[in-house]
Ligand binder design. Structure first.
Ligand code: NAD
Length: 414
């Protein structure tokens, strides 16, 4: 079984409740903090290239905006449903709070397999969807971004839709092309944040990164940049995988060559490196850092016990199910949670939005330095609380975040 479809929102509520209880949060406030502020479901019609009509379901869920405008990506995937979007929206509220950027949380998506659409169909679907959700979107209200299967081009179409009525408004979305106000450093930001998280954990737990090994599941945007930065610091990336399967070489894969291969062929298959392994076997390989950077629900009660790593670094959103998490806790394998590990992406999205509002572009070095400061501070705050309260990284990260959101809600009043 490669991944399990979990009740995402229930899993997220369980994580939240564990932390809220430790914080002694008043029960009604806790209920209010977990419930989404607003849920919008829309019908998205599309004229197919063959003249037929297709209809898709789309969502935008605004979870909480106590600390700033709703913020979160738009996902195009055949498995998108209300439950998944609701959970991802809640995670965004707590992710933006962990790294202390002035945003709330939101998420959106369309239940569609975009591989089945032509470029024209993809554009029409994206524009239709944006128009349907536009009554609740705004530069200071709700700022979408890319997520799985959406990209800078789709953000450019969203920005164009909005700007046609409101005037040139690059701040309406982040993750845009650089030519339309995208930020330097945004493309690599999530992978860089994952790398910085590993670097901080290695330093805290006395792991020499130049002698360490990592396994990375998923070699897309997040996984490939994380692999590259790790290798630059001497860490051996001994296995990677994507949808076509995995590659394993105990002496370390050549990551720049692999990235070149994927740029040309889209997948790692056929690159001529390492020995083939399945995605399921890959999770059991011996390493210091196991980095799931593809799908949710890949570490679960059926396979958690066979993991052979010192740390799990959650680069993907929700890669560990709650039963999987408990097994890893019992095995004393620290799991550094998604809301901390992959927060580099939304942090640089925030920097992009600030640059758009200032109408001023920062140099890439400035973006990377500011990202590093945010990630290092967030890691240190979470880990200090973890040690003080003797809880898991995940519970500590939620505690830091919930405390910040709760204070803002109370200050603003109901
Ligand atoms: P991507 O589409 O660029 O890459 C996904 C990778 O996963 C690809 O290599 C793909 O082949 C692989 N994959 C797909 N199905 C797989 C399977 N069944 N088994 C193994 N590998 C499989 O996506 P991404 O932007 O790198 O996002 C990866 C994860 O990180 C997602 O969970 C996403 O929500 C999360 N995330 C991304 C960002 C970001 O800025 N891109 C930010 C925060 C979180």
């Amino acid at each position: 079984m490669s991944h399990v479809k979990v009740n995402n929102f229930k899993a997220c509520c369980d994580q939240f409740e564990r932390a809220a209880e430790k914080l002694g949060l008043e029960k009604n406030l806790a209920t209010s903090l977990m419930m989404p502020d607003r849920e919008l479901a829309v019908e998205v019609p599309l004229n197919r290239d063959d003249g037929s009509l297709a209809v898709f379901k789309g969502y935008r869920i605004q979870h909480n905006n106590a600390r700033g405008p709703f913020k979160g990506g738009i996902r195009y995937h055949q498995e998108v449903d209300l439950d998944e979007v609701r959970a991802l929206a809640a995670l965004m509220t707590y992710k933006t709070a962990v790294v202390d950027i002035p945003y709330g949380g939101g998420k959106g998506g369309i239940t569609v397999d975009p591989r089945e659409l032509s470029e024209r169909e993809l554009e029409q679907l994206s524009r239709r969807f944006f128009r349907r959700i536009s009554p609740i979107i705004g530069v200071n209200k709700d700022i979408p971004a890319p997520d799985v299967n959406t990209n800078a081009q789709i953000m450019a179409w969203f920005m164009d839709e909005y700007s046609q009525n409101q005037g040139y408004s690059p701040g309406i979305v982040t993750g845009k092309p650089i030519d339309l106000g995208g930020s330097l450093g945004r493309e690599a930001a999530t992978g860089r944040g994952v790398f910085l998280t590993i670097r901080e954990a290695a330093s805290e737990f006395d792991v020499d990164l130049s002698k360490a090994t990592a396994v990375i599941q998923g070699f897309g945007n997040v996984g490939s940049f994380a692999a590259l930065f790790l290798q630059e610091l001497g860490c051996k990336v001994v296995a990677v995988s994507d949808v076509t399967g995995g590659l394993h070489d105990p002496s370390g894969l050549d990551i720049p060559a692999l990235i070149d291969h994927v740029r040309e062929h889209r997948v790692i298959e056929g690159c001529g490196q390492g020995k083939n392994v399945s995605n399921e076997e890959l999770l059991t390989l011996e390493c210091d850092f196991m980095v799931p950077a593809a799908l949710g629900g890949v570490i679960h009660k059926m396979n958690a016990d066979s993991l052979n790593c010192r740390f799990v670094i959650e680069a993907a959103n929700g890669p560990t199910t709650p039963p999987g998490d408990e097994i890893l806790f019992d095995k004393s394998i620290p799991v550094i949670p998604d809301i901390l590990t992959n927060a580099g992406g939304v942090t640089v999205s925030y920097f992009e939005w600030v640059q758009n509002l200032q109408q001023f572009r920062w140099e890439e070095e400035e973006v990377n330095t500011k990202l590093e400061a945010k990630m290092v501070k967030a890691y240190s705050e979470v880990s200090a609380l973890r040690r003080e309260k003797k809880v898991s990284f995940r519970t500590a990260a939620f505690m830091v975040a919930i405390d910040r959101v709760a204070r803002s809600v109370e200050l603003r009043g109901f």
